[in-house]
Design a protein around this ligand. Structure first.
Ligand code: NAP
Length: 286
């Protein structure tokens, strides 16, 4: 069997088209949704991510602004900038590009973003809402995986789902979203004793680790749906996921490629979150 590719680029492009329509409605109400990105220091990968996000904003008609701070800036410089953006009515979504330089307290900085402008969904308020089943401003990467599952028409309820990785950005919110949709979820980590035992029972497998080739075809249940979240820069300069694509493709029923899979959806969901934040921020307060 050769798995069907889940085309993240095509689904992301559909999602972005839908955002254009929502943005048009907001424009008619004289609101132009705005996204402010904060980039501290000069990390080449972060530069690429921020550029992709700005390009997506432009594509759907969002205002975007980039705030650059030097690598040696102080924590209070970042907090002061966030405080200004929190109060800026033209800005509906704020994103702090990670990773931050090690002298900065990332948690403190992320938690200073107003929850209703927290389009990355990393605030405790929004993460807590997710635990309670509210996915309104939820982390973008797992949201993108859920959208792909739905658009491809994969049944979730009652299936065995295995998530490898327990980060706040991907693994934990992914597990919560799958639980919310009625999957039976196992979360594996670096402490898991027999990874294969778990992966080989997964109907839906999400791998978010950052180790190329961690999962190969021999570890996958025939017919499983595989989402490869990992992004690894290989010695030849190419990008690879965490899943050995060639062998996994022979066993799975559906699989995401890297690049062109989950990563494209992450950007699309960030834009969707910004539009949602703008829609909510202009609602009259009751
Ligand atoms: P992270 O914070 O480093 O978390 C990695 C997780 O993998 C940890 O929970 C770790 O377990 C677990 N792990 C490490 N080695 C393992 C092993 N041998 N077996 C099972 N689990 C293991 O990373 P992250 O931020 O979640 O990102 C994960 C990957 O996804 C990275 O490649 C990142 O670049 C990529 N990513 C992609 C997107 C996208 O849009 N496609 C978005 C975000 C991240 P412990 O907790 O026990 O250490």
């Amino acid at each position: 069997m050769s798995a069907e590719l889940i085309d993240g680029a095509a689904i992301a492009s559909q999602v972005l088209d839908e955002q254009k329509q929502r943005v048009a409605v907001l424009w008619r109400k004289k609101v132009r949704p705005g996204l402010a990105a904060i980039l501290v220091g000069e990390n080449p990968a972060s530069e690429v991510y921020v550029r992709n996000k700005a390009r997506a904003c432009e594509e759907v008609g969002l205002h975007s602004e980039l705030h650059r701070l030097p690598a040696n800036c102080s924590e209070s410089d970042v907090l002061a900038l966030i405080s200004r953006l929190n109060g800026n009515a033209q800005v509906h979504g704020i994103l702090v590009q990670l990773p931050l330089p090690s002298h900065l307290d990332s948690e403190r900085i992320l938690q200073s973003v107003r929850p209703d402008k927290d389009i990355d969904g990393f605030s405790w308020h929004n993460l807590g809402a997710l635990v309670a089943g509210n996915t309104r401003l939820a982390p973008c990467t797992p949201t993108g995986v859920m959208v792909m599952l739905d658009r491809v028409g994969i049944e979730i309820e009652g299936r065995n789902a295995v998530v490898i990785g327990r980060s706040v950005i991907v693994g934990k919110p992914m597990a919560l979203m799958l639980i919310g949709r009625g999957a039976t979820v196992t979360v594996c980590t670096s402490k898991t004793r027999d990874l294969r035992e778990h992966t080989s029972r997964a109907d839906i497998l999400v791998v978010a680790v950052g180790k190329p080739g961690l999962v190969d075809g021999t570890m996958i249940k025939p017919g499983a749906v595989v989402f490869d979240v990992g992004i690894n820069r290989m010695p030849d300069g190419k990008l690879a996921g965490d899943v050995d694509f060639a062998s996994a493709r022979e066993v799975a029923s559906h699989i995401t490629p890297v690049p062109g899979g989950v990563g494209r959806m992450t950007v699309a969901m960030l834009i969707a979150n910004t539009v949602s934040a703008a829609e909510r921020l202009i609602q009259p307060k009751s």
